[in-house]
Design a binder for this molecule. Structure first.
Ligand SMILES: [Zn+2]
Ligand SMILES: [Zn+2]
Length: 152
């Protein structure tokens, strides 16, 4: 999906929920789309937004991120540093993707497959808990770091 298509889709999502894609929201969303592979904090998003649209304030970016996460267009996620980061939900994904966090280089890889369908069923049955979503981060050593160990 191109950035233009993604933007159009989000515009529709916002519209269906009674929100407009204001220039401020569009600027925030563009930063998220352009840095899809990164996991940016609100401050980092604000930094990029400001480079293009200096008139937009941090509070507006925060508010936009709240709306986008309420609508499940982005997901809030935090890793070892405890900072809230924002992650675009993959197109059509019912669940948030999983992360592989490398403890050595800090690299974060994403897994799109859900893998947890059965686990959710078990949780629902055993704990009578209506599961809406889940967060899963594997902590370990990435392939590149493993190779480095083998070489040395
Ligand atoms: Zn992610
Ligand atoms: Zn690594």
């Amino acid at each position: 999906m191109t950035t233009g298509e993604a933007l159009k889709k989000t515009k529709r999502q916002l519209h269906d929920s009674g929100f407009k894609l204001t220039p401020q929201r569009e600027a925030t969303l563009l930063v998220l789309l352009e840095n899809e592979k990164d996991h940016l904090s609100a401050e980092e998003i604000f930094f990029f937004v400001k480079q293009k649209s200096p008139e937009i304030g941090l509070a507006t970016v925060y508010r936009t991120l709240e709306i986008l996460s309420d609508l499940k267009i982005v997901d809030k996620v935090s890793f070892d540093d405890g900072v809230s980061r924002y992650d675009l939900r993959k197109d059509g994904a019912k669940h948030f993707h999983h992360h592989l966090l490398c403890l050595e280089c800090g690299n974060i890889e994403e897994i799109d497959e859900d893998l947890l369908g059965n686990v959710e069923e078990i949780v629902e049955k055993r704990f009578h808990f209506a599961v809406k979503d889940h967060r899963l981060t594997f902590h370990g050593i990435c392939q590149q770091c493993q190779r480095k160990h083998q070489e040395s």
